[in-house]
Design a protein around this ligand. Structure first.
Ligand code: TXA
Ligand code: MG
Length: 352
């Protein structure tokens, strides 16, 4: 058991000495929570067999769900993969550092604990300057899944990490709130036509605009299909409260009707709607998803709001969804999982 320390680091005035000191934990095979532009990660030395095993234990993560290796420099990629397809170079040039994870054939250097026995490895270069400087000091790629307990919403600030991992890890690096709030886009580059295994900030349109190809894994289009990415088949991102997501013209009146019904039944309700609709919910416990035309506000806040609802012992969440296109598709991908498929288009049945 640890007494978990939180070290605050300012992205605009990085305390490199402090980062260097914290890197000793990684060298000792310990775990450190790190900020990234997407969500917080639970990092360890990605080439250390025992340390990577410990990540699974601490998160209570299924042993068939592989980890992402985080690098700070393109040169680190060469030793970790068997070859780099041309398209991967192009994507790296445009989107790294940033919220893109690419899957490559792995080299012998990568331990089986990282890849869960697969012959491929996931690699990403995060945007956060703090984290790239930290990787430099650690002098090794960092294996880092999201820093939540398995099945919980990914943490988007240091205190949400603390809630899940207090006493379980020695250090959290607090780099403030994450800019994006949902996990990176995962693209399998080992196929002729690269496959998006997990949608994120970068959309299929963004990928195609650079390499003129790219398709979704079948499971993203049809949730009955088994996902190619092992992690995508598990229950995910879910608070204790039951989540119901509504899209369509009548969603606001439906959310209102159901909230009043449940409140009468004695349930603790929370409504999550766009800022523009907050006035309509003055008499109901409600929280804002930000402005409707700025989806990044929604992605940035939704996991934090789910965790807030858990702290307030909310029984049921009624929430506004969005159109399943562009970045909205990535947000809805997470919401389908958080709500266990309870996404309703009330203009015409279930949204699938
Ligand atoms: O934004 C992110 O990607 C964050 C931050 C911390 O970087 N990390 C993250 O890690 O979301 P995690 O472990 O929660 O999700 C990694 C996803 C899982 O769905 C996993 O199954 C998939 O990537 N993955 C990892 N290696 C893979 C591989 N070799 N083949 C297919 N999918 C893989
Ligand atoms: Mg995760």
């Amino acid at each position: 058991m640890y007494s978990t320390k939180i070290y605050k680091i300012d992205e605009n005035n990085i305390d490199y000495n402090l980062l260097k000191n914290i890197s000793k934990y990684i060298k000792d095979g310990k775990l450190v929570a790190i900020p990234t532009e997407t969500v917080y990660g639970l990092a360890c030395d990605g080439l250390n067999y025992e340390a990577t095993k410990e990540v699974f234990r601490v998160k209570n993560r299924p042993f068939d769900n592989p980890l992402i290796l985080h690098i700070s420099n393109i040169k680190q990629l060469y030793n970790l993969v068997e070859y780099i397809p041309k398209d991967a170079y192009k994507l790296a040039e445009t989107f790294w550092p940033g919220p893109l994870t690419m899957i490559f054939k792995k080299s012998k250097l990568v331990p089986d604990t990282v890849t869960c026995g697969l012959d491929t490895v996931a690699i990403r270069m995060p945007k956060s300057k703090i984290t790239r400087a930290f990787i430099d000091f650690c002098n090794t790629p960092l294996a880092a899944p999201s820093a939540n307990l398995s099945t919980k919403p990914s943490p988007t600030n240091a205190s949400d990490v603390y809630d899940d991992l207090n006493k379980k890890i020695p250090v959290i690096i607090d780099g403030g709130s994450c800019d994006i709030g949902i996990e990176s886009t995962v693209v399998d580059m080992t196929e002729k036509i690269p496959i998006i295994l997990r949608p994120g900030f970068f959309t299929i349109e963004d990928i195609r605009s650079i390499i003129n190809k790219g398709k979704y894994d079948d499971s993203i289009i049809n949730s009955e299909k088994i996902p190619k990415s092992p992690g995508q088949k598990y229950k995910h991102y879910a608070p204790n409260a039951e989540i119901n997501v509504y899209i369509g013209n009548d969603s606001i009146s439906k959310i209102k009707e159901l909230s009043y019904r449940d409140m009468k039944l004695g349930k603790k309700v929370c409504v999550l709607v766009f800022f523009e609709y907050m006035d309509e919910f003055k008499n109901i416990n409600s929280k804002s998803l930000g402005k409707q035309d700025n989806l990044i506000e929604m992605s940035k806040s939704m996991f934090r709001l789910f965790r807030e609802c858990d702290r307030e012992n909310i029984d049921v969440i009624y929430m506004q969804g969005i159109d399943d296109v562009g970045f909205g598709k990535s947000i809805m991908n997470r919401l389908k999982k958080s709500s266990c498929g309870r996404v309703f288009n009330i203009d015409g049945g279930k949204n699938e």
